[in-house]
Design a protein around this ligand. Structure first.
Ligand code: GDP
Ligand code: MN
Length: 380
């Protein structure tokens, strides 16, 4: 789950990281009021999940509350990289003596978090990586040992930052790592991390990505609920207790048991097709669950065919057949459908299907070939 800047900064504050005072709003009037409360020059900042807001005109300094209102008026309703700006953060502007870059992110190849620090902050870090790679210092963090003091010092030495800043920067880096672990992040990035002329360090921006699978145990993050950007179909499936993952293809897949569904994806791919989703109805699914599953898979308008692959153990073939028939009649399924049904109550299930003019296939491989062929003839 990606967080907006102001949300990331709320988590920063909880981890003890210094941020400048500010509040978020969706109206120019409120922006003016916040600026008046702050009583100094403020920055009005578009709250969107994409980066590069500064360059897109989504970050503006305002010397007076009236100016803050005018900037908010201009920024609210803007689109930045096709994302509509619905709120702005109005925050105290600080003077900047130097800008640093700091991030902690997962390095999947190394199976460790990597800490990155650079004195070339404020700008696009990818650009720095290209033009001046020696300006980027890194260290990998052992998940069991945590971030050790010598690693922080090593990175700071490597970066060439003024040694007078080692102490406050070390503290701040440790707090950033605390935020990263405490809020189960995949990424925490501060760019710029500002040094003020009077020697204070402040996180002027935040990019925060929390592991989706950890959100349920993070009340602070759940509090941001409105901003969760879950795929609506995946959400619907989750609410129905089904395991659904949206994929890029056009053949809807339903099966019972994660292993069987994975194999089904493979055989469809092998037969030259492209799965539209993964959907596991689990063990012991009833006719009702079958119907719900079809509803979810069919709400994806990329789906041009269905392959249902059920291995009956505790799931009963006749229940599945009943669900399928009911769903076909109620939902008016208009795409080709191939059903493989085996195991418990197989013959009852097949009989029901045949009565309803849905011919079950003999094997999983057969079924895959058949659905791929039907979809190809339909679309060609
Ligand atoms: P981004 O463009 O989406 O990364 O947004 P940032 O929050 O990083 O803001 C863009 C730029 O605006 C920063 O790199 C700073 O140079 C500048 N900026 C942001 N906040 C302040 C501030 O409080 N004071 C000053 N002087 N500049 C700021
Ligand atoms: Mn930034």
């Amino acid at each position: 789950m990606r967080l907006l800047e102001y949300q990331g900064k709320i988590l920063f504050e909880k981890a003890g990281l210094p941020v400048s005072a500010g509040r978020v709003t969706s109206t120019p009037e409120q922006a003016e009021a916040i600026a008046r409360d702050i009583g100094k020059t403020v920055v009005v900042k578009a709250q969107v999940l994409v980066g590069g807001r500064g360059k897109a005109g989504g970050v503006k300094l305002a010397d007076t509350p009236q100016e803050a209102r005018a900037h908010a008026e201009a920024i609210l309703g803007m689109t930045i990289k096709s994302e509509l700006v619905e709120s702005v953060l109005v925050t105290e502007a600080v003077d900047i003596a130097q800008e640093f870059y700091l991030s902690i992110t997962l390095d999947r190849a190394k199976r460790k978090a990597v800490l990155i620090f650079s004195t070339e902050g404020g700008v696009d870090i990818e650009q720095v990586a290209n033009s001046k790679p020696e300006a980027i210092a890194r260290t990998w963090i052992d998940p069991l040992l945590g971030l050790r003091a010598f690693q922080i010092r090593g990175v700071l030495f490597q970066s060439g930052v003024d040694t007078a800043l080692f102490k406050p920067l070390s503290k701040l880096i440790r707090q950033t790592y605390d935020a990263f672990t405490q809020f189960e992040a995949n990424l925490v990035e501060i760019n710029p991390l500002a040094l003020t002329p009077d020697g204070r360090l402040l996180a002027l921006d935040s990019k925060f990505i929390v592991d989706d699978d950890a959100v349920f145990r993070l009340p602070d993050v759940q509090g941001f609920g409105g901003e969760v950007q879950q795929d609506p179909l995946e959400q619907k499936a989750q609410d129905a207790g089904l395991q659904y993952v949206k994929l890029d293809g056009n053949i809807g897949i339903i099966g019972n048991g994660a292993g069987l569904v994975m194999s089904t994806l493979d055989v469809v791919q092998l037969a030259g097709g492209s799965p539209a989703n993964f959907l596991d109805i689990g063990g012991g699914a009833t006719a009702d669950v079958m119907k719900k599953s079809l509803e979810i898979v069919l709400s994806d308008d990329q789906v041009e065919g269905l392959f249902i692959n059920i291995f009956g153990g505790i799931t009963r073939g006749d229940e599945v057949a009943k669900g399928l028939i009911a769903a076909r009649d109620e939902l008016g399924i208009h795409v080709p459908m191939v059903v493989r049904l085996t195991g418990t109550n197989e013959s009852e299930g097949r009989a029901l299907l045949e009565e309803a003019a849905i011919a079950p296939v003999a094997s999983m491989e057969n079924g895959a070939e058949q659905i791929v062929e039907s979809v190809q003839t339909e679309t060609s």
